[in-house]
Structure formats: C-alpha cells, structure tokens
Design a protein. Structure first.
Length: 323
C-alpha cells in the first residue's frame, strides 16, 4: 500500500481531551486532494496503524488536519500521539480514502457526538462551499469538551450550528433535533460519534420515518460480537480464490486474512478491525457474515456483496471470493 511522508507542522489543544495535528508534505511536494468524509492511516513509530478522519476545509493539498481524542481505553494509538508526538516529527500516512462521502441531496442534517465532529465539520465546510443548506448538531458532555470552538463560533452562511451540552440538560437522550423527528424529502442524515450515540440517532431517525438509505454513519470502532467471544460461537468454513481455484480452511480462531497471508496470498490490510475498508473483496458465491462497520446495511444485504477479510466470516460452508 502506498505511503506518503509528512511532518508534524503544528499541534493545538482542542477542548479538554483532544489535540489537532497539522501534517505537511516534504518540501517541494504536495499532498493528494481529498473530499469531505475521507480518512487517512497513520503509521506510528510504535508499529501501530490507526485511522483518523480529515477535517477542516476539503480539497487542500498543502496540509492535512486531524483531531485525536486521548481515549481512556486507548489501544496505544491515541496515547502515543498525545504523549510522544513532537513538532517537526516525520511520519508516514496513507493517501486519503473516502468510505463516508456526501451523497447528492437538497439539504443535509449532520449530527455529531464528541470526536465524531471531525468528518462532519469537513462536510459542513464543503456544503458551505457548494451553497447547500445544512444543520450541524454537535453533542458534548460539557462545553469544555468542544473542539474547533473558534470555527464553530463563526457563522456559516448556508448552515446553522447547534451545540448541545449534557451538563446543561441537552443530550441526544433528552433533546433531539427537530429536523431528525420531522424527515423531509430530499434530505440526507449523516451521523458520527460513539457507537451507542450513533445507534440511538439511527433508531430515532427510523422511528421518525427516515428511509434507511438516507441515513449515513461512520464508525472507527469494531463491532462487538454480541458480547460473546467469537471463538466460542464460530465454526470452520472454507474460502476459495477465483483466480487460482485454491481453497483454504478458516478455523474459528483465525481470520480469512490471516490464513491467506500464511499461505502466501497478498491481502491489503490496514486497521484489521473492519473499520477502514482496505481489504473489502467481492463475494462471488456463498453468504458472508458481516462484522465490519464500513458498509451500510443496504450494501451488506445487496446483490453485489463484499467481505472484509480481516474480521468477517461466512454463513455458508464455502465462500468464493474475487481474489
């Protein structure tokens, strides 16, 4: 997978628990242009690879901006960035990938929880450029947690920003946006934040009459396996490669990707948790047991299915994949 070299050009505190990181290219070079909803992989010096949404005004090639929360249950990524990252530090990243793009619509409702503001702020900037009407609702536990406060404080010409603080009695559990409970034709809903937050918003939207295809969300956390260790509920299955006809047994304690790599088959991997889309591969025969958070429910149940080789499994005895 292609990598780009960047340097940490600026670090700034955002709210109580987050830092914004500005990344610039090598001297004399530019970065690939990007669209709202895109993310990059950070290849960290401690060997970890982590995905972060690009934020700010889309399209720029002179720098990328990300924002990282210092997660209490960090698996090493956010902890490293908060404690070890230094100005001027050299890093490697992937080119931007967009699995959360803006779809054509007449108007947009953007609902963010916590650090989930980052891709939605980029969407707000893009909709502002396109002169498309939008509402941005941003929920935090308390006002001191607000990120990019200065930008949110400057009025948008074509949209409105509303900040809800749980400490002040305005949370998704108590106060939902009017636009969510009154769906309108031609409007799209975009949601990003903690999984429980997104699930609540999605269900409220469906209960209010929104069509599932008009609801878009992005998660950077893997799906739980119904709180049951996967090794206790899985069984063996086989995967057959279209290109060679070779078949491989996938035991309960190994992923498809791991088995293929052990047998010399190249698999594009990044997050290895079903949240980045790097290893999405078309399914030609069989039925996938989807464990990713990249695809929508419509995509997972559609005629042209794809499977994330890093985490998903099979509901049938054999899967034939286009690899």
């Amino acid at each position: 997978m292609e990598r780009l070299t960047v340097f940490v050009d600026a670090l700034s505190r955002q709210g109580e628990h987050c830092i914004a990181i500005r990344l610039t290219p090598e001297e004399g070079k530019t970065l690939p242009a990007w669209e709202a909803g895109a993310h990059i992989d950070l290849h960290l010096a401690n060997g970890l690879i982590r995905q972060y949404s690009l934020t700010g005004r889309p399209g720029g090639t002179d720098h990328y901006l990300i924002c990282v929360k210092n997660e209490r249950d960090s698996r090493g990524g956010s902890r490293y960035l908060h404690k070890e990252l230094r100005l001027g530090q050299k890093m490697e990243i992937s080119p931007p990938r967009n699995l959360f793009p803006l779809a054509p619509a007449d108007s947009f409702l953007l609902i963010a929880g916590g650090i989930g503001l980052t891709p939605l702020l980029a969407m707000a900037e893009e909709l502002e450029r396109l002169k498309k009407p939008f509402e941005l609702h941003y929920y935090v536990k308390q006002r001191s947690h607000v990120i990019f406060r200065e930008r949110l404080g400057n009025n948008f010409a074509y949209g409105h920003c509303h900040i809800g603080s749980g400490r002040e009695g305005i949370s998704p559990r108590t106060t939902l946006p009017e636009g969510l409970t009154q769906p309108a034709a031609g409007r799209k809903l975009y949601v990003c934040g903690p999984e429980t937050f997104m699930s609540h918003i999605r269900q409220a939207a469906l209960d209010s009459g929104w069509q599932a295809d008009d609801i878009h969300s992005e998660s950077f956390h893997p799906l739980a396996c119904n709180n049951i260790p996967c090794t206790q509920i899985e069984s063996d299955f086989t995967v057959t490669l279209k290109s060679s006809g070779m078949s491989f047994n996938i035991p309960p304690h190994k992923t498809i990707a791991a088995v293929l790599q052990e047998n010399g088959v190249e698999v594009p991997l990044s997050c290895e948790m079903g949240i980045c889309g790097s290893c999405l591969t078309p399914v030609l025969e069989g039925k996938a047991d989807h464990r990713d958070t990249v695809q929508t429910e419509t995509e997972k149940t559609g005629d042209r299915q794809q499977i994330t080789l890093c985490c998903s499994r099979s509901l049938t005895g054999n899967l034939v994949i286009d690899l």
